[in-house]
Structures are given as structure tokens and as C-alpha cells.
Design a protein around this ligand. Structure first.
Ligand code: SAH
Ligand code: SF4
Length: 407
């Protein structure tokens, strides 16, 4: 039996949010501007047309905001000064999220508190995880780690990097092991606020799209499939306006079945790869640690997954958080192997040793248990990786994102 509180929670969860579609209908009707960041080239063209400007001015705006990463209307020099001024007078601004605070880990990971325009009392979290050459740099000169000119190409100390962004402030799903769950759901982020985290980080690190190997994961705060339109709007902006490949993006869901079914209908040109937070070998344990499993049990999730048309060589990722004594036992590994093989899907498994957080009463798995788990799955022919914990010292690791501006 579900308690009333859980049922109420789940009812809230099924309602997939419609989001705020870009509305430019009020443009130029007076001093009624708003934020441009988040509008795609088409919407920007419509805005320009309404202003009596040629539609291609919209493309210029998109180029400036999404490719050149200009964050101030005054600095979009491809637009005539008079038009810039007019937009500003009408109350328009770029309105891109900005990095408000940076926490640097000893391992090179950076955690950001990102401030969204118009939101003074909250921040969202995003993470930058450089991997690779560990301080070797391109031109052979030495770099002081605390004093990097991050925008200087010669100063790049990374070969490839992964960016992790948030899709909501807080989360309503209430997984028992996750720190973000403690916040509850505060609000959905807009498409511009989600994509804006990426652009702000690209700007900070001078990322060159198409040249640098940068992967993007929608695995920060929140459940992307409970903010579907905005999450997918961000993915589309990043593909169509920024030029990222959807195959370099992965979205992770706790298993929101209607969301997975919608996702299965997205065209391959814009659909990121998919990861499912499995986290348990069976419904009994999963239901305990992830209440959402009582609404959509494992088999319902697997059925939805089968609807996704995978690209050549694409696999579905199962994430599996190892909780010491709870989900990390040898019999759990054997059960996961059977479960995963039964799906008949091309999959891989990412094992994540649980990261501790204040007020959460689980324990970390022993390193031997993690390795034994990996060996069991790999022995069954399932590609299995152990995710390195990144930035634990700055609370940037999986499931540790919670902080707000208050600290
Ligand atoms: N809400 C989505 C995406 C964000 S959570 C989801 O749940 O899939 C990203 C990943 O972090 C999930 O796989 C989740 O299971 C994992 N996670 C949450 N808390 C964790 C913790 N304390 N330690 C390790 N992984 C955790
Ligand atoms: Fe939400 Fe994901 Fe944390 Fe679960 S693990 S509470 S779905 S952010």
C-alpha cells in the first residue's frame, strides 16, 4: 500500500510539465521586452520581423548568443547600434545564466553555482570534469593551476571534458540516497536556463565546438523527464544553434515511463543518448530506495526502453549506485546480470559507488565489493564501467548537488 503522501507525490510526478514555449507575441508592442537567450533562430527571426527588421537579423542574434557566447546586447556588434539600442529601450536583454561561484576540486573538477537572470535567491548547479592529460599543456609551458587564463587556448590543460547540467531546482522524485531529493522540487528550469549552463561553461573554458571533445550529461539536479519540454528544448538548442552532436549528450532518468515513451518519438538528429538509473537488482529493493518504482516498476521501464530506436552502435546505459550492504552484494550482481540480459537490449552498465551526503543514512561500498560487482557483470559479457568519483571534496559528485546561494 502506498501512503497518502507518496500517492500525492506520484500524482504530481505524472503530470509532465508543459514548460514555457518561447512567446514572442508581445514583442515590440511597447516596453515589454524580455530575455532573448533560449529563443531559437526561428523565434528570433519572428521577433526581428515584428520589429520591422529583416528576418536574418534573428540568425545574427542566434550566432552571437550561441556561437560567439556574447552575453550583453550592447556587444552584439553584428547588429546596427540603433537596433541594439532600440531592443534595450524596449526592455530586451540577452539574459543568459552566469556563473556566480566556482568551487575547484583537487582533481580538476569545478562545481558552479549558476545564477539565472531574475532569480536572486537561488542558484543551480553545474559541473565541469576535465579528464585526460592532467596538466600537460599544448605549448609546453608551465601553468599555475590557480592562475589559469581559462579562455586561452594555449592554456588548455584538458584533452576532453564532461559537463553535467541541472534540469530543475531540486527534485520531486525523492530517491532515498540522493542529496538533491532533500530540497524537494523548487521549480523547473527553462530551456534557456538549461542550455545557458552549458554556454556559460563553454565561455569559461574557451571550448571550441566541433574541435574539443566535450560530452554533456543531463545528470545534475532534477529529473529531466519531469521537465520534458524544457529539457528537450535545451537539447534542440544545443544541437541546432550551438552545433553539438546529440550523440555527445546523455540524459539520465529515474524511469519516468511517459517521458521515455515521448523521448522514443524524438528524431535521431536531436535525441541525446539515454541512461536509466536502475540502482537495484529487483522491484523490492528498488521500491525501497526509489519510491518512483512503485509507480513504474522495472518491467514497465524496460518495455518503454524497447520503443527507443537506437542508432548504430548506440547503447542504453544503466546506472547503478552501489549502496554498501544494500545493493552491492554478490547475489545482487548476479541478479542485475540476469535482468539486464533479459532485456535483449544493447546496454552498458555504469557502476557508481555511493557518494555520502549529510543526513543520508547509507554507507559507501567497499572497493572490493565494487570490483567484484564489475567482474560479475563483465563476466556475463555486459560492458561495465566504474565511474570515477569526481570532485567529492567540493560536493560535485553524483547525487551531491544541493547547495544554494546561502551556501
Ligand atoms: N534525476 C536523474 C538525473 C540526475 S541524478 C536520475 O536520477 O537519473 C544522476 C545520477 O546520480 C543518477 O544515476 C543517480 O542514481 C545518481 N545518484 C544520486 N545520488 C547519488 C549518490 N549519493 N551517490 C552516487 N550516485 C548518486
Ligand atoms: Fe531526483 Fe535523480 Fe536524485 Fe532521484 S537520483 S532524487 S531522480 S535527482
Amino acid at each position: 500500500m502506498l501512503s497518502r503522501a507518496v500517492t500525492e507525490n506520484l500524482r504530481q510526478l505524472v503530470r509532465l510539465d508543459a514548460g514555457d514555449p518561447a512567446d514572442v507575441s508581445h514583442a515590440f508592442g511597447g516596453a515589454s521586452g524580455g530575455r532573448l537567450f533560449g529563443l531559437d533562430a526561428e523565434a528570433l527571426a519572428a521577433l526581428m520581423a515584428q520589429a520591422g527588421e529583416p528576418a536574418w537579423r534573428g540568425r545574427q542574434l542566434a550566432e552571437a548568443m550561441y556561437r560567439q557566447r556574447v552575453a550583453d546586447l550592447n556587444e552584439i556588434t553584428t547588429l546596427p547600434k540603433s537596433l541594439r539600442q532600440r531592443l534595450i529601450d524596449e526592455g530586451w536583454q540577452v539574459g543568459r545564466p552566469q556563473i556566480a561561484q566556482v568551487f575547484q576540486s583537487v582533481d580538476g573538477t569545478e562545481r558552479y553555482l549558476v545564477q539565472c537572470p531574475g532569480q536572486d535567491t537561488e542558484t543551480v548547479e553545474a559541473v565541469w570534469m576535465p579528464e585526460g592529460d592532467d596538466g600537460e599543456n599544448g605549448d609546453g609551458s608551465d601553468l599555475d593551476g590557480n592562475d589559469l587564463d581559462l579562455k586561452d587556448r594555449a592554456g588548455k590543460r584538458w584533452d576532453r571534458a564532461t559537463i553535467c547540467v541541472s534540469s530543475q531546482v531540486g527534485c520531486a522524485v525523492n530517491c532515498q540516497f540522493c542529496l538533491t531529493a532533500k530540497l524537494g522540487l523548487q521549480r523547473n528550469l527553462t530551456a534557456g536556463e538549461i542550455a545557458g549552463q552549458v554556454i556559460a561553461i563553454f565561455a569559461r573554458h574557451g571550448v571550441e565546438v566541433g574541435r574539443d571533445r566535450v560530452n554533456l550529461v543531463f545528470m545534475g539536479m532534477g529529473e529531466p523527464f519531469l521537465n520534458y519540454d524544457n529539457f528537450m528544448g535545451a537539447a534542440r538548442l544545443l544541437v541546432e544553434e550551438v552545433g553539438l552532436s546529440p550523440q555527445r549528450m546523455t540524459v539520465s532518468t529515474s524511469g519516468i515511463v511517459p517521458g521515455i515513451e515521448r523521448f522514443a518519438q524524438e528524431p535521431a538528429e536531436v535525441r541525446p543518448k539515454l541512461a536509466i538509473s536502475l540502482n537495484a537488482p529487483n522491484d523490492a529493493i528498488r521500491g525501497e530506495i526509489m519510491p518512483i518504482n512503485r509507480k513504474w516498476p522495472i518491467e514497465a521501464v524496460m518495455d518503454a526502453l524497447r520503443q527507443v530506436q537506437l542508432r548504430p552502435r548506440e547503447r542504453i546505459t544503466f546506472e547503478y549506485v552501489l549502496l554498501g550492504g544494500v545493493t552491492d552484494q554478490p547475489q545482487h550482481a548476479a541478479e542485475v546480470a540476469r535482468l539486464v540480459r533479459r532485456t535483449g537490449l544493447p546496454v552498458k552498465v555504469n557502476l557508481i559507488a555511493w557518494n555520502p551526503g549529510p543526513g543520508i543514512a547509507y554507507s559507501m561500498p567497499q572497493p572490493e565489493a565494487v570490483e567484484a560487482f564489475r567482474v560479475t557483470l563483465a563476466g556475463e559479457g555486459i560492458p561495465t564501467y566504474v565511474r570515477k568519483p569526481r570532485g567529492r571534496d567540493i560536493f560535485a559528485a553524483c547525487g551531491q548537488l544541493k547547495r544554494t546561494v546561502e551556501g
